[in-house]
Design a protein around this ligand. Sequence first.
Ligand code: ATP
Length: 602
Amino acid sequence: MIKTFTQKVHKLSTNLNILRIVKLILAASKKWAFISILFIVIESALFYSSFYMVKVLIDMVSKHGVGNLKDEPLVIKYVILAAVSTIAYVALKSISSYIIEKQSAKVTEYVDDKIHRSAIELDLSFYESPEYFDILKRARDMGNDRPNLIVATIIDIGKNSINLALITSMLITIDWRLFPIMALFIIPTLFVRINFADTQNILRLSQTALERKSSYFSSLLTLDTHAKEIKSFGLGHHIRKIYVDIRLSLLDARLKISKRKVYQEVATSILATSGLFCCIAYIVIGSMHGSTSIGDITLFLIILPQSFTVMQTLSTGIATLYQNNVYVKSIFELFDLKSSLSEPQNPQSIPNDKNIDLELKNISFTYPHSNRPTLTNINLKLPAGKIIAVVGSNGAGKSTLIKLLCRLYDPTSGSILFFGKDIRNFISKDYQKQICAVFQDFGKYNVSAADNIKFGDIDGKSRPEIDVIEAAKNSGANLFIDKFSKGYETTMGRIFEDGQEVSIGQWQKLAIARAFYSPSRFIILDEATSALDATSEKELFNSLRDRIGNRAALIISHRQSAVKHADYIYFLYEGQISEHGTHDELIALKGGYFNLFKNTSL
Ligand SMILES: Nc1ncnc2c1ncn2[C@@H]1O[C@H](COP(=O)(O)OP(=O)(O)OP(=O)(O)O)[C@@H](O)[C@H]1O
């Protein structure tokens, strides 16, 4: 048992990340961390000094007996001192609860911000990995209160450690044997609690994926994203049942552990209470033999419940910290994740030259966790100022190609050349600014119409409002924005009180306006007009060249009307370019491109 306990203690100290947590607390606010420590030390010192003065008083009074007034001024002095330190302790205790709250709030904000910063820095591959979502879920599960709890627990452990040291020194002044007797009876409680926390952590880790699944099914029922389908297919109760079954299995596993803990806690509580009474018996018998003074007995009786509470709270604190360790670890795991996109040691600056081509050279790409290449040996050129189209059936790899062009992923082999240089020579953020894309699953931001467009150039804060209107006109979004009483200041979507829901096609026009507003050199439209009515789409593509200015564009579309105006077209088949040429050349070729469109009107 002792060996297991030592192993547990070792595991505890290495697993708890105490040093890292302390560093995190200091990073959140050094000032408040030091103030907290100062208050803890003073508070504990005052608490125990008032106890000690009571002991001295009682010893003084009992030694001199009734009617002896010689030491009266000294007695009064000690009474005043004990009163002052008790008053100071009470006042300090109230202030320190505010300080702990302040300190915890600082840590919460800091952790929250750091989680967001980490998420911003990660590349797209993380967002497509279940492992990342498990880490993120656990980190997010920290909730806003957990950092508070952790800080408060650490402070509590600090406070109780100081208290324990003071109690030990006081117990030693009475009889040094009292401390090991008490410790011996309390240690099993700590052992049980750590063991329970450990089992709970293992369970929590193994349950993360299932927890995420249950959150997913809950969100299907509660969020607006699937409400229409779920109601029209009558899926509600079916999904609710799946959710309930998952929750029950999670709860069942958790309750089994808790039940075991209850039995063990009862046993250790009996043991600890026996320890307490052993100490009482020891000291009382000691006083009967005259080896302990009245003051000692009084002090002992005052600090006995304290020492008992201190040791119990200390073990609870350590167990709580251990229990929360799984969340803390996930936070640190998240902070430690590094983008898989490498940044150059000596980055090259983006050239000002207007005529810059983008070229894919022998590109092959396999998704992480996949064993099949999605793209093989792709050669494609996006010359400055030209409109290029990529066409292919579902799953051919068109969107993947765009992810590579946007440097959301790096190719497995081959290179993407910007101005003749591999894009990995540029800082990824600088390069990404050169390209803007309207994705199939474009963003619908519940902010004003103007901000929806301005998100295309978040650094261009001082740009004139006319640019926003110009971008909206070019995408056709102005047609519905102008009808709102608040115009461009109207909040889009119905999530917020004053929001205005718009149709999917109108959302898409906003997304296209965002791309037009962007100062990037290349525009990518990936099925970006799929929800537009035929007239709007025709108007957009008929004059696309005017709308995008002197920029180059890459269009992906399943509609012939959208791609036929392109200067050059690549036909993608199962991840490879099987045909390329102008629209007329490809039609004349009567190959894949021709077959894809042969049943649709031009
Ligand atoms: N994150 C991913 N991880 C693994 N495989 C993926 C991932 N995303 C896409 N794929 C696979 O890559 C292939 C190409 O997908 P992609 O989205 O590029 O096709 P697409 O040509 O754009 O299709 P569509 O016309 O339907 O939009 C598909 O077989 C798909 O299953």
